[in-house]
Design a protein around this ligand. Structure first.
Ligand SMILES: C[S@@+](CC[C@H](N)C(=O)[O-])C[C@H]1O[C@@H](n2cnc3c(N)ncnc32)[C@H](O)[C@@H]1O
Length: 246
């Protein structure tokens, strides 16, 4: 990479709260690959702030990478960034970076990317994952495949609360899997007393109550089974809500 020349008129990249929370999980001096980078702001900011000496911007689609290139030209016209077209972790070599970020994708897709070559996935020291949905499935996959969830946090983005999951390879003890709701409401959020935890659980209760109303008004042979299941989930979530307030 060419050395960066600082210009007085240089615009500093201001990350969204979600991307900043992810950036905060990268340690000083760590090299980073941002898989599915799209606009490329996260790796550019990590490099600009001096946290990461080398960043890789990778995406499966040419369109998003073009967007990243436009942003590079706008913010760092004199700097050459490592931009790569490719699917998932195939864009990087085993152990090529210390940290991998996969953010803003569905949980199922993240599982597929991580599972494509497990030996390779285990060569990175940490991975910061931010699934848009299917968070429970991703946590189950991580547990099953021997990844340690060492940190989790919630961050507001518009009307959503995003879940950020930080993992490292190795079978260090996970505190997940002890109760029925652990995969959906991570015990790590309780341990950390995440400030958005109560709101996160209350959102889930609100959704379940809407489902309950819809089931009550509906017909079908599974109606009573579904009613029972939904009432059970609301009960478990109410218990979690109480715990989060204690
Ligand atoms: C919603 S954007 C997220 C952008 C950014 N990571 C963020 O969190 O703001 C998802 C990006 O992932 C890319 N993508 C989807 N599947 C991918 C894959 N298998 N490998 C690499 N990139 C992928 C898409 O092209 C898109 O640019």
């Amino acid at each position: 990479m060419k050395p960066f020349i600082f210009h007085k008129e240089q615009k500093m990249i201001k990350l969204s709260d979600r991307l900043q929370k992810i950036a905060d999980l990268i340690q000083q001096g760590e090299t980073v690959a941002d898989i599915g980078t799209d606009h490329g702001f996260l790796p550019m900011a990590l490099w600009e702030s001096g946290v990461s000496p080398h960043v890789i911007l990778s995406d499966i689609n040419a369109g998003p990478l073009e967007k990243a290139r436009v942003n590079i030209d706008k913010y760092f016209p004199k700097t050459e960034f490592d931009v790569r077209l490719g699917s998932g972790l195939s864009a990087i070599q085993p152990g090529e970076v210390a940290a991998v970020v996969i953010a803003g994708m569905g949980g199922q897709l993240i599982c597929e990317i991580l599972g494509e070559d497990l030996d390779k996935t285990r060569t990175f020291q940490r991975m910061i994952l931010q699934p848009r949905n299917g968070q429970d499935k991703l946590r189950a996959w991580l547990l099953l495949n021997g990844f340690h969830i060492y940190d989790e946090s919630l961050v507001r983005e518009g009307k959503y609360l995003c879940e950020i999951i930080a993992v490292s390879p190795g079978n260090t003890e996970n505190s997940l899997g002890n109760t029925e709701m652990d995969l959906e409401v991570s015990p790590v959020l309780f341990e950390k007393q995440d400030p958005l935890l109560v709101e996160f659980i209350e959102n889930k209760i609100r959704i379940e109550k809407k489902i309950l109303e819809a089931v009550k008004n509906g017909v079908g042979k599974d109606k009573y089974k579904k009613l029972e299941e939904t009432e059970h989930r609301i009960k478990l979530l109410e218990e979690l809500r109480k715990r989060s307030l204690a």
